[in-house]
Every structure is written in structure tokens, then in C-alpha cells.
Design a protein around this ligand. Sequence first.
Ligand code: 9WO
Length: 243
Amino acid sequence: MKFGIITLFPEMLETMKFGVVHRAIQRKILDIVCINPRDYTDDKNRTIDDAPFGGGPGMIMMAKPLDSAICAAKENLPTAKIIYLSPQGKKFDQALAKKIATADSLVMIAGRYDGIDQRIIDEHVDEEWSLGDFVISGGELAALVMIDAIARCIPGVVGDAGSVMDDSFYKGLLKYPQYTRPENYKGRKVPKVLLSGNHGDIAKWRQKHSLGVTWSKRPDILDKKMLSSEEEIVLSEFIKEQQ
Ligand code: 9WO
């Protein structure tokens, strides 16, 4: 999958050169290309922002350099959807990451200052995406987070396929508690079943605690999710054990 990122700070995307994402880039499963609107200015100061019409504080990214940068990205990635990253967008989540991971390319616009000229949104943007209800200084950090989450959903990016399937949210539930050595840490013992070697019992324990943790920490997730009758039984067992 190819990502085109429209950004005034392409160096910020260099931080993708770690871990599984870096390996995926080296193995050519993934490619991240930055397009800098500053390279599409034609005045000697290379101006990319201007004051808002109507007055008020702040500066707005001008239409012309952004338009040229987006057109250049579209020429390279003709089938890509164009996404603007902003707090006004649709909430990004695991389901959206999984869906978009099947695309062959995606263009993300990382805005700066107090935003971009509305006509760029009207002309080019297919969707607006948000990480949540907060403001950050620009879209780059949001792009990094989303690229990482999307990349992990592409087959071959995460080494062990089982480790993606077992991720938090793979089945729409939170992760069960995990333990490693030692078996006893400051008097806190690893649950016996995990040391039993009985894979059926271990799978059942993990399922029960996935459901249980989700029930106690994020009941909103369960409200929206249909549970199978088996999951209902396992969860009611967990709840009974809590009392
Ligand atoms: C600034 C601002 C100040 C007061 C009230 C609302 C405000 N919104 C913004 C704003 O959107 N500034 C932007 C900075 C312009 C475009 C890029 N910026 C941005 C993207 N900030 N936060 C994001 C973002 C992106 C995705 N998910 C969460 C936040």
C-alpha cells in the first residue's frame, strides 16, 4: 500500500523508520511519499499561508500550493482517496483501519496553522478523519498514528499473523491480561490455568477475560456488539466470579 502525505514537515514522517512499519517499507509492502506544498509556491518567499478573509487571528493554508501538491499526489496515486485529517472528521477506529488497508493507496492532507482554505476541501477531499475530540498542532502526528494502525492490518506487515488476530480489538474486544516470567512477582502469582499447558482451558480463560475486561472498562463497546450465546454464558460466568 502506498501513502501520499501532503505536509509542510516531511521530516516528521521519518519517524516511521522503526519496528514493523520500517520492515514493511524495506520489504516494499508499504511506501510513504511526502509531497510538500512549499515546493509548489512560486514567490521568492515560498509563502504557503495567509490571513483569513473576514479577519480574526491565525493563518490559513493558501489554496494554490495545496492544490498543486494534491494534484501531484493524484498523478502518482490516481486511485487514492483523499483524506483530510482534522478534529471535524469521522472518528478513526480499528474497523476503518481494517477496511482501508485493502486499498492500494491513500492520500492524507496534514494541515497546519489554523486550517486550510475550504475550497481545497470542496475540490479534493473525499473524507475527513479524526483521532478524537482534541486539537493538535497539525495533521502529521495523526497521519503517523493512522498509517501505523492501517499498516498493521496489511497481511505480512506484522510478522506473526496470530499476533494481529490476537490484538486488542481484533474481535472487537479488549485484550485479556498477559503475564511473563517470573511466576511469582512480589507475591502476585500468574493465574494457574496459564501454567497448565492445557490450550483449551487457556483459550477459554483468555476469551472470558477479554469479555470481562471489556465489560468492566468499556461497556460502551459491548452495548454496540452482538455477543454469541456462548460469549453471553462466558461473560455471565466472569460477572458471577466478580461478586
Ligand atoms: C484549531 C482550533 C482552535 C480552536 C478551536 C478549534 C480549532 N481547530 C483547530 C484546527 O483544526 N487546527 C488545525 C490543526 C488545522 C488543521 C490541522 N490541525 C489539526 C489536525 N489539529 N488537530 C488535528 C487532528 C487531526 C486528527 N485527529 C485529531 C486532531
